[in-house]
Ligand binder design. Structure first.
Ligand SMILES: [Fe+2]
Ligand SMILES: [Fe+2]
Length: 139
């Protein structure tokens, strides 16, 4: 088990194994992980709903830009598994919007848990989906 401090540090640290090998994509992934970290911090610090919403909006904007870039990239490469990948992006955007609308600064544990789930989903997506299309492109 992690202590809250360790968990917070864990959030901000980019891990080498998450790199897909293309700098523009890796940089966008790093930004999204940093956005998640700043929201985690907002929850911990009991920041107002307005302050947290601004950070969640940034996460939604950065994720939207990133997914659009990836979708265009996959179209340009004629990636055969594009539909499933795009669907995954849409699901993630839906989850982020649900998180934003149900955000409650008084529910610290529930918000931390929900955010951790989002982060885990995102990392899993990098490892299982993004790395797959990268392999396809470089083969
Ligand atoms: Fe992706
Ligand atoms: Fe990605």
């Amino acid at each position: 088990m992690f202590t809250m401090g360790e968990l917070l540090v864990d959030f901000f640290v980019w891990r080498q194994e998450w790199n897909v090998g293309l700098a523009t994509i890796d940089d966008q992934h790093k930004t999204i992980i940093a956005d998640l970290g700043s929201i985690y911090e907002a929850i911990t610090r009991h920041e107002s709903r307005t302050a947290a919403t601004q950070k969640i909006n940034k996460l939604i904007a950065d994720s939207g830009t990133h997914f659009l870039d990836e979708n265009v990239f996959m179209i340009n490469q004629n990636y055969p598994a594009i539909n499933e990948h795009v669907k995954h992006h849409e699901l993630f955007m839906g989850t982020l919007k649900d998180f934003k609308y149900s955000y409650d600064p008084s529910q610290i544990d529930a918000m931390h848990k929900a955010l951790l789930k989002i982060k885990e989903w995102f990392v899993k997506h990098i490892l299982e989906y993004d790395k797959l299309y990268m392999e396809h492109i470089y083969v």
